[in-house]
Design a protein. Structure first.
Length: 394
């Protein structure tokens, strides 16, 4: 979390201004990131950068720079925006048009969780179903008297749909019952909170604020608890998403753009990791899929998932020491030998058994604790367990 919130922001600071994506830039930015990941994971310095990124769940820094540059191009309507070779449709991006209203005229929006009796009540809802988006409001005066449905562009978010439902309800009220006191109910807490912001920077929020007056009371109602009006509006919104054509066109929200670009980033990262020529194949066999919610931040566990740790296999591979395991039962004497098979460590195992996978160990907190203890024991008793090669002694 500290890396994502602070250190990464420092590494990619002002990337849109200087990032051009050359091989030299990629090498330098990932090398800088590598130093941080070594500290985060506690892994041996010989661990590949690709493996460090995967076990820490942190995206390659060069791809993050690409993403930052692409988002800047879209936000500022630069010509021919692209990300990893994919052209981005900047002309469909939602653009905020600041209100001309003076800030002093802005009124404070109030809402509550009451369920008062009413002569005119309107329930609103938005829905995204099977990739299609709908908004609707249902009128009760006081009995259910009608539903109004609107299909939005498929790229719209549920948040846009919720706000659209509120806006359309207020427009209907303005045109049909301008002087009636109205209670408007929504299950969208995010919409109500957006209406309370002093500078929301959202066209729909500005439109809604301009339509609110003293005859309208806003209420939040919890979804799916059997409130009749809310259930009716929910069904209407789902039905609206299935209308044959789009009724209201809105731009692609910035949140959806970020999500789409992040999907492209993760796909590129996954393709790199799947490359047979990439380093870190031992780690790949444990974690074939890249994930951002994974973080191995323990020195012992980093050895387990990289095979870069205190064992004869590693020591000989990097010409640090010529030695073998005293048990003599394995050719490789790698980290897995000591976790699962070495008889000299049988006394340290109670839950770990041959045939289990590293992933099974990591998914069980008791086995994880045991493997940490086992590797700590190996470190403390290496002189008794490792047998130095006679030729190396001479």
């Amino acid at each position: 979390m500290l890396y994502k919130r602070a250190l990464e922001r420092i590494i990619v600071y002002a990337a849109p201004a200087w990032w051009v994506g050359t091989a030299n830039q990629r090498q330098k930015i990932n090398s800088l990131q590598r130093q941080v990941l070594l500290a985060v994971t506690g892994a041996f310095r010989t661990t590949s950068t690709a493996a460090l990124q995967v076990i820490s769940g942190i995206e390659p820094a060069d791809l993050v720079c690409e993403m930052e540059a692409a988002l800047y191009q879209l936000k500022h309507n630069r010509p021919d925006p692209h990300f990893l070779g994919v052209h981005l449709e900047s002309n469909q991006v939602e653009r905020y048009l600041p209100s001309w209203a003076h800030p002093s005229t802005k009124h404070i929006v109030h809402w509550d969780q009451d369920s008062p009796d009413y002569d005119l009540g309107i329930f609103t809802d938005g829905s995204k179903l099977n990739g299609q988006v709908g908004a609707a409001f249902s009128v009760f005066d006081p009995q259910h008297s009608g539903d109004f449905q609107f299909r939005l562009d498929d790229h719209c978010s549920v948040f846009q749909a919720e706000l659209t439902a509120i806006k359309q309800a207020l427009l209907w009220k303005q045109q049909n019952r301008p002087h009636a006191n109205c209670h408007l109910f929504t299950d969208s807490m995010s919409s109500l909170k957006a209406l309370q912001k002093f500078a929301p920077k959202n066209n729909l929020v500005d439109d809604i604020n301009s339509l609110l007056d003293g005859t309208i009371s806003l209420h939040w109602v919890k979804a799916h608890i059997g409130v009749a009006g809310n259930e009716v509006a929910d069904k209407a919104a789902k039905a609206a998403s299935d209308r044959p054509s789009v009724d209201i066109h809105l731009g692609i929200p910035e949140s959806s753009l970020k999500t789409s670009i992040r999907h492209l980033l993760l796909r590129e990262w996954q393709d790199r990791w799947k490359d047979d020529n990439a380093k870190g194949r031992f780690t790949f066999n444990i974690f074939p899929e890249v994930k951002t919610n994974r973080c191995i931040d323990n020195r012992q566990l980093s050895q387990v998932v990289t095979n870069h740790g205190l064992c004869p296999y590693y020591l000989k591979k990097f010409n640090l020491r010529e030695c073998n395991c005293r048990c003599g039962e394995d050719v490789d004497d790698d980290i897995l030998h000591y976790i699962f098979r070495c008889p000299l460590l049988d006394s340290q195992r109670s839950l770990i058994r041959p045939g289990q996978s590293v992933l099974q160990i990591l998914q069980d907190k008791h086995r994880t604790k045991e493997v940490k203890s086992l590797l700590s024991f190996l470190f403390l008793h290496q002189q008794d367990i490792f047998e130095q090669d006679p030729e190396d002694i001479s």
